[in-house]
Design a protein around this ligand. Structure first.
Ligand code: ZN
Length: 318
């Protein structure tokens, strides 16, 4: 499913003070989870301060869709972006991979309205980016540092961003089903101590098979299979190899939240807490953050890294 146009590059020695893009174009082919259609994705280097921009290369005039919180147009089952009537769906796993490797600027061509689902996790995108190699740019990397807590609730779900020197994320998954009940439902990770690539990026999408049957009856999730998701039957996990992590479900929810929050445009310095939340609330949280400039400040570490942030900056650069 994965075809690379560039060779692996090792020993990336970079820090997180400067913006990043990739070295050269790299492509992969996969299918869209909802349409089941084949799609090619090509990541291209982009200039400093240009951000993450999708390009629908299958449409005339190659329209652009910027990866921003304000462009989020749908959060049912996945996060979709739309700009001037043009849509790119299922962006969150790719966005979390870009966050984890500190990629600020990228032009992403897709030949369909969906980013390919690959194996249902962020790992194939991490691999793709590393295959091209990461290029540090001259411009200072911008961070959004949370200064005051922001909390949103909806029914019994809740999301929050809190001040923290670094980036920490916690999630509590609530679903009373006896397969889910066998596995951890809470995870709390501090990314100054934990590698996203190693501990989170491989966590796949998951769902109950009975929900999938229902979705496919209305032409949704047509590309979904045990190749790109963890399938849950009435009594068991249906994938022959089981789970990749004991807490794969809750880690996937963290992966989604990190990808959704990265649409705010910059790496957040703070703590994310999610309880029973999903794409919709993640997006609401990012929108609320951007609408309340009293709760955050944009910072960079161009000249000297602040001592407090150093532990965060180094490990995720690895
Ligand atoms: Zn997901």
């Amino acid at each position: 499913m994965l075809s690379l146009t560039n060779r692996d590059q090792t020993n990336i020695q970079l820090d997180m003070r400067r913006q990043r893009t990739i070295n050269s174009a790299v492509s992969a082919v996969g299918i869209g989870i909802h349409t089941g259609k084949k799609v090619r994705i090509t990541l291209n280097p982009a200039p400093a301060n240009s951000g993450i921009v999708f390009i629908r290369s299958d449409l005339s005039d190659r329209p652009q869709v910027r990866a921003t919180t304000s462009n989020v147009s749908n959060t049912m089952l996945a996060t979709s972006l739309s700009e001037d009537g043009v849509t790119v769906s299922c962006v969150e796993h790719l966005m979390s991979a870009l966050w984890s490797l500190g990629i600020d600027n990228l032009h992403i061509e897709v030949t369909s309205e969906e980013v390919p689902i690959m194996d249902g996790s962020a790992a194939p995108f991490v691999y793709l980016i590393k295959s091209s190699g990461i290029r540090e740019q001259k411009a200072a990397k911008q961070f959004v540092r949370i200064k005051k807590p922001i909390e949103l609730t909806s029914d019994d779900a809740c999301v929050a961003l809190l001040p923290y020197d670094g980036f920490k994320a916690s999630y509590t998954f609530v679903c009373d089903h006896h397969v889910y009940n066998r596995y951890p439902k809470h995870a709390s990770l501090d990314f100054s101590e934990t590698s996203f690539v190693k501990e989170v990026s491989r966590a796949r999408s998951f769902g109950l098979i009975r929900d999938l049957d229902q979705a496919q009856s209305v032409n949704k999730c047509l590309g979904s299979s045990l190749e790109n998701a963890v399938g849950i039957g009435d009594f068991n996990i249906l994938n022959a190899d089981g789970l990749r992590y004991e807490d794969e479900f809750v880690k996937h929810k963290l992966l989604d939240a990190i990808g959704d929050l990265y649409l705010a445009g910059n790496t957040i310095l703070g703590e994310f807490v999610g309880y029973k939340s999903g794409h919709c609330m993640n997006n609401e949280l990012a929108r609320t953050l951007l609408a309340r400039p009293d709760t955050w400040e944009r910072v960079s570490f161009d000249d000297e890294a602040r001592e407090v942030v150093k532990p965060f900056l180094q490990p995720i650069a690895a």
